[in-house]
Ligand binder design. Structure first.
Ligand code: AMP
Ligand code: MG
Length: 408
């Protein structure tokens, strides 16, 4: 039996980051989510200055500061308004001394102007404006290039792209960004008892809930699901489905067929292969695990009980996929205090389904801890990690937990 840490390190160590790829920015520019969550592999440098032209930071009047130097509440300065400059005005305009332009936020500053008087300091006049306060040179002006200069780094390498990076990326005047691509994941569930979701199972049959769950977990982790398939309980059926999906996958996840029964198709298909190991891991749930490669593509053979499948995905497949994606393997954990006792099997690291109390820092167990209990799984909010040598989890003890909300 391997310890949990030994096995997790073994599978994580077998992963290599996927080769970076240049991705066109047009999808992101159209509001698509294709870049979100991907890791930048190279810094992004802007090709242009930002702002691209000197413009007004306020709605008001573009002036020469010297022209309004004497303006006061009780002695306003009156200037003729030459016209209006809205945002998006592409004309090249000039300001003649002794006059002003009415100007909107983001509109290009007319040449010769050196300040903007915000509209609140005026009577808002359209032909002639009364200005009640002097402004210093440079007031309410955003100068060309004051944010970034051509060649400046706007997004460093090794950053996970988030919505906040998009304005800089999309304004940078570059067509592409070099990122680590989304790992492509194929999901295959095994079992002669499985029926397609949506069908009513007959006696002895169960609905295949693992394939959709594993695919959803992969999506939530930011991976791309390229296939969701089912295979019957023979070595041939499994081999043929796996080789079909392998071409489009950087990682394959299977469920079922790894334990000690008579019809364990994953074992039948790969046991004895130099590229595959079936092991027992000192954990609960998830003791039987298989890991290997098929034509170089990593394959995680997870146990079929839905709870075991979910836990195994989170603690082995998610970290592995994160390495492919150029990320830190470990899912984030938080500390929580135990509010209600429960027991844990000796010598096995337990991943217990728990719920948080209101304040989010106290947990209690939910449902039976049997690995087939779907109701408890749906109600759980986190997995509490109970060390292998703990047999009784006591009230007040502190544990690390993996929150299940938003595992991305
Ligand atoms: P196995 O690991 O194949 O021995 O399956 C263990 C248990 O999990 C059995 O009760 C199976 O019926 C159940 N099971 C296996 N695969 C799935 C699946 N894809 N969806 C739901 N239950 C499953
Ligand atoms: Mg089975």
């Amino acid at each position: 039996m391997l310890t949990f840490d030994e096995y997790q390190q073994r599978v994580v160590a077998a992963m290599r980051q996927l080769p970076p790829r240049a991705v066109d920015l047009s999808g992101a520019a159209a509001g698509e989510a294709d870049l979100l969550g991907l890791m930048t592999a190279q810094p992004v440098r802007t090709a242009v200055a930002l702002p691209g032209f000197t413009n007004s930071a306020m709605d008001g009047y573009a002036v020469l500061a010297a022209d309004v130097a004497s303006a006061r509440e009780d002695a306003p300065v009156s200037l003729p308004v030459v016209g209006e400059i809205p945002a998006g005005d592409t004309r090249s305009l000039k300001l003649a001394p002794g006059s002003c332009w009415r100007i909107m936020t983001g509109a290009p500053l007319p040449e010769g102007a050196d300040a903007v008087v915000q509209v609140e300091l005026t009577d808002g006049g359209l032909q002639q404006v009364q200005i009640r306060e002097a402004v210093e040179t440079g007031r309410a002006i955003r100068h060309r290039g004051e944010d970034v200069q051509p060649g400046d780094e706007v997004v460093p390498a090794g950053v996970r792209l988030r919505p906040r990076h998009l304005p800089a990326l999309i304004s940078a005047g570059v067509d592409e960004v070099t990122v680590v691509p989304r790992p492509r994941v194929a999901v295959v569930s095994t079992g002669d008892e499985l029926v397609e979701p949506g069908r009513r199972p007959g006696h002895g049959q169960v609905v295949d809930s693992n394939a959709p769950m594993l695919a959803a977990l992969a999506t939530e982790c930011g991976f791309e699901v390229t296939a969701v398939r089912r295979a019957g309980d023979t070595a041939d059926a499994v081999r043929s489905v796996l080789s079909e999906v392998a071409a489009e996958a950087d990682l394959i996840v299977t469920s079922g067929g790894v334990s000690a029964g008579a019809f364990e198709p994953m074992k039948l298909a790969f046991e004895g292969s130099d590229h595959f190991d079936f092991v027992k891991v000192a954990m609960q749930p998830g003791k039987p695990q298989g890991f290997g490669t098929l034509d170089g593509t990593p394959v995680f053979a997870l146990p079929g009980n839905p709870v075991s499948s979910l836990v195994s995905f989170l603690v082995f497949v998610a970290p592995a996929g994160r390495v492919l994606a150029g990320r830190d393997p470990q899912l984030p954990t938080v500390e929580a205090a135990v509010a209600e006792r429960w027991t844990s099997p000796p010598g096995r690291q337990q991943f217990a389904r728990v719920v948080f109390d209101e304040d989010g820092r106290v947990v209690r167990p939910i449902g039976g801890q049997g690995s087939h209990v779907l109701g408890g799984l749906a109600g759980s909010q986190a997995l509490a990690i109970v060390p292998a040598d703990t047999t009784e989890v006591a009230v007040g003890e502190t544990l690390r937990v993996i929150p299940l909300e938003g595992i991305a």
